[in-house]
Design a protein around this ligand. Structure first.
Ligand SMILES: NC(=O)c1ccc[n+]([C@@H]2O[C@H](COP(=O)([O-])OP(=O)(O)OC[C@H]3O[C@@H](n4cnc5c(N)ncnc54)[C@H](O)[C@@H]3O)[C@@H](O)[C@H]2O)c1
Length: 298
């Protein structure tokens, strides 16, 4: 369904029958507030200067968390902080490269001992490996080994660096690690490069083991697996248009996602509402994981 509010057109369906429920408003808000209360939590989001990371960080900041956006591109962080300040939202920013463990360790150590502490880490930063076997240039026979290594360094080693630094410095008693995987790591996907598919599957393995290791400290570890969101990551993929068309064709909802559709999951997975969820892969892909690669032409 397409709805239009003011000048923006949204494909997010409205809530049917939204309005008074019969439950006293104060009690209703109290219930929601308790379940999804992230006020006062210290949150870090890697890749926070753009796209999914920026949107998740913004949602957490709007919900009352103390958010640090981390990115390797300082200009993106400056722009994000300025934009958010204009909306009345304060966030901290940190320039760091997730491939450098020492940078993360030093930052997380500082945050652990800061006024707000460190409760939630989104290991979200990642890069594209370009097109997969759908096009000849992405086939395994023509593997771009330099790109393979770059993508492994950022998407897999960068993710484990972030998780490792988080595990060393997260608050004990209430902690969350959330790693951004992808639908491309959950099922075969001829639209994404081999390195991308491998690293996004690889982080799921990291999440499962770390969930077991860290449970006794009250730290949950989960992956989110997005489908297609229109962000800057697509600029590195010359076949982005074909990728979109294919994804829309194979997903159940027959559309790509809008960034606001990520907000609920970001708050949920950071909040008390997800207290019994760990080692899980939370798909947010419009039903894209249910479709086999044979539905996409090679
Ligand atoms: N957009 C999608 O459709 C989609 C789908 C599934 C998964 N994802 C994953 O979501 C995550 C975010 O992607 P996005 O779509 O928001 O992309 P994006 O390019 O908009 O944002 C990624 C951010 O990560 C930063 N980054 C890259 N390398 C870094 C490094 N070494 N250290 C620190 N920061 C670094 C970039 O500067 C950028 O700001 C990625 O892990 C991506 O693989 C995206």
């Amino acid at each position: 369904m397409t709805t239009t509010t003011g000048t923006t057109t949204s494909t997010i369906p409205p809530v049917p029958g939204a309005g008074p429920s019969g439950v006293p408003e104060e009690r209703r808000l109290q219930k929601l507030g308790e379940l999804f209360d992230v006020r006062g939590l210290g949150v870090v989001v890697t890749g926070g200067g753009s796209g999914l990371g920026l949107r998740m960080g913004t949602a957490l900041a709007e919900a009352g968390a103390h958010v640090t956006l981390l990115d390797v591109v300082g200009d993106r962080l400056d722009e994000a902080r300025t934009d958010l300040a204009e909306q009345g939202l304060q966030v901290d920013v940190a320039v760091a490269d997730i491939t450098d463990f020492d940078q993360l360790d030093a930052l997380f150590d500082r945050l652990e001992h800061s006024e707000h502490g460190l409760h939630v880490v989104f290991a979200n930063a990642g890069i594209s490996a370009g097109i997969g076997p759908r096009l000849r240039t992405g086939r395994i026979t023509d593997l771009d080994r330099e790109r393979w290594q770059q993508v492994l360094d950022v998407n897999l080693t960068g993710a484990v660096n972030t998780m490792s630094a988080a595990a060393r410095h997260l608050n004990t008693g209430y902690g969350r690690i959330v790693v951004t995987s992808s639908v491309g790591g959950i099922r075969a996907d001829p639209m994404v490069g081999y390195a991308y598919a491998s690293t996004k599957a690889g982080v799921v393995g990291l999440v499962r083991n770390a969930a077991l290791e860290l449970a006794h400290r009250g730290i949950t570890v989960n992956a989110v697996a997005p489908g297609l969101f229109e962000t800057n990551i697509r600029k590195a993929n010359p076949a982005a248009e074909a990728m979109t068309a294919d994804f829309v064709k194979v997903s159940a909802l027959k559309r790509s996602a809008q960034l606001p559709e990520l907000e609920g999951l970001a708050v949920y997975v950071a909040s008390p509402a997800s207290s019994y969820v760990t080692g899980a892969v939370l798909n947010i892909d419009g039903g894209g994981q249910h479709v086999g690669p044979n539905d996409v032409e090679l």
